[in-house]
Design a binder for this molecule. Structure first.
Ligand SMILES: Nc1ncnc2c1ncn2[C@@H]1O[C@H](COP(=O)(O)OP(=O)(O)O)[C@@H](O)[C@H]1O
Ligand SMILES: C[C@@](O)(CCOP(=O)(O)O)CC(=O)O
Ligand SMILES: [Mg+2]
Length: 376
């Protein structure tokens, strides 16, 4: 039996980091996906191939565990129909299984992803032998939500494998609301392993798609009433969301009052941004774009004050400003990707040329597309 799934990456238009501390944020799905193929052998064949294999196709890596070894290390009662957090104890046991795979040193950042894979797989499907093939169009660890797309796409395939009504040949289809909610909860548990303390915005926008306003787990789907074009620039500076998120938390412990004001300002920015995007009033687009530009500028200043910007991000901001364009980091920062608002009529050639001559990589992505989908 074979099931395929895909889940999109995202951009955060406003509110990253502050959203972890209860502020509002606005995010949109982009048309870059992580794809999962799940192959479950027939029961008779399963007896001869008693292994769980994970292939990361675009990295040319394969990891494989015998089912007996998984049973030896992971408690059998960890499989459950309700999403649950991976305890520190189980995570330690899973880490042993990951270590045994001898991940190449330069790819050691994959460990958290592979631990997450083992937790989600064994929790949802138990100890069934299978081959799981994953490919992604998203850059890893760059602020475009590769971790969430990975958790969402993987969970979508695992849940889809137990759907009894498998209509084949229909192409990509959405999951029903109940399964979508279940999927989002599991993906959040996966994100916890990778991020430490995620807000849940990344897995939610990857699962549901479109554009959302998100605050303390509450989701509002946004209907954009204006064209919104963003240039995405990847600084290619590697960073790790978990470390950046915990850095902001540490700063908050040291300066609770000051940081409370920062988070409150971000909350206002995200709410105002959401209302501009949705506004049905007869305001000229140029005026809306000017407001968004200013809000992005203020948001970037606040991200700077949280300590999550980077000199490479500053370079992108300075370069785009020369072309009268405004930018802010997106995702966890510390390098990674930067968003530049492209007001109606902007020609990007010159700015892209200048950014790419500094070694950055630029692309535009379609904003607000579908969320998780499955295919039989
Ligand atoms: N396709 C994938 N396969 C395995 N692990 C993945 C995959 N995509 C993401 N990950 C995990 O997520 C981590 C990156 O997540 P993170 O630091 O949150 O950055 P982002 O979500 O912005 O890409 C990687 O280091 C890896 O552990
Ligand atoms: C920094 C944060 O707001 C977004 C992280 O996004 P990413 O993993 O950098 O794509 C963290 C979160 O909301 O969980
Ligand atoms: Mg992430």
């Amino acid at each position: 039996m074979e099931v395929k799934s895909r889940a999109p990456g995202k951009i955060i238009l406003a509110g990253e980091h502050a959203v972890v501390h209860g502020s509002t944020a606005v995010a949109a799905a982009i048309d870059l996906y992580t794809y999962v193929t799940l192959r479950l052998p027939l029961r008779s064949a399963a007896e001869n191939n008693d292994r769980l294999t994970l292939q990361l196709k675009d990295l040319s890596l394969e990891f494989s565990w015998s089912i007996a070894r998984l049973k030896e290390v992971i408690p059998s009662d960890s499989s459950t129909s309700t999403p649950a957090s991976c305890s520190g104890e189980i995570l330690k046991s899973i880490a042993v299984l990951v270590e045994e795979q001898n991940i190449p040193e330069e790819k050691i950042w994959l460990s958290a992803g592979i631990s997450t894979f083992l937790w989600l797989y064994t929790s949802i499907l138990g100890f069934s032998p299978a081959t799981v093939i994953i490919t992604t169009e998203l850059p890893y660890g760059s602020g475009l939500g590769s971790s969430a797309a990975f958790c969402v796409a993987l969970t979508a395939a695992l849940i889809a494998s137990s759907i009894s009504d498998k209509t084949r040949g229909e192409g990509w289809t959405c999951l029903d609301e109940t399964n979508l909610e279940l999927l989002n909860k599991w993906a959040f548990e996966g994100e916890k392993i990778i991020h430490g303390k995620p807000s849940g915005i990344d897995n939610t926008v990857s699962a549901y798609g479109n554009m959302i306003k998100f605050c303390s787990g509450e989701i509002t789907r946004l209907q954009s009433n204006m064209p919104l074009r963003m240039l995405i620039t990847n600084t290619k500076v590697g960073r790790n969301t978990k470390a950046l998120v915990s850095g902001v938390s540490e700063r908050t412990v040291r300066h609770p009052d000051a940081m409370k004001s920062v988070f409150s300002a971000v909350d206002s920015i995200s709410k105002e941004l959401a209302s501009i995007i949705q506004s049905k009033e007869e305001i000229p687009v140029t005026e809306k774009e000017e407001s968004i530009k200013e809000l992005m500028e203020v948001n970037q200043g606040l991200l700077q004050s949280m300590g999550v910007s980077h000199s490479s991000i500053d370079t992108v901001i300075r370069t785009t400003l020369k072309h009268n364009l405004t930018s802010k980091l997106t995702g966890a920062g510390g390098g990674g990707c930067v968003l530049t608002l492209l007001p109606t009529g902007t020609v990007v050639d010159k700015v892209v040329e200048e950014l790419e001559s500094s070694g950055f990589q630029c692309f535009t992505a379609s904003i607000g597309g579908n969320g998780a989908e499955i295919c039989f």
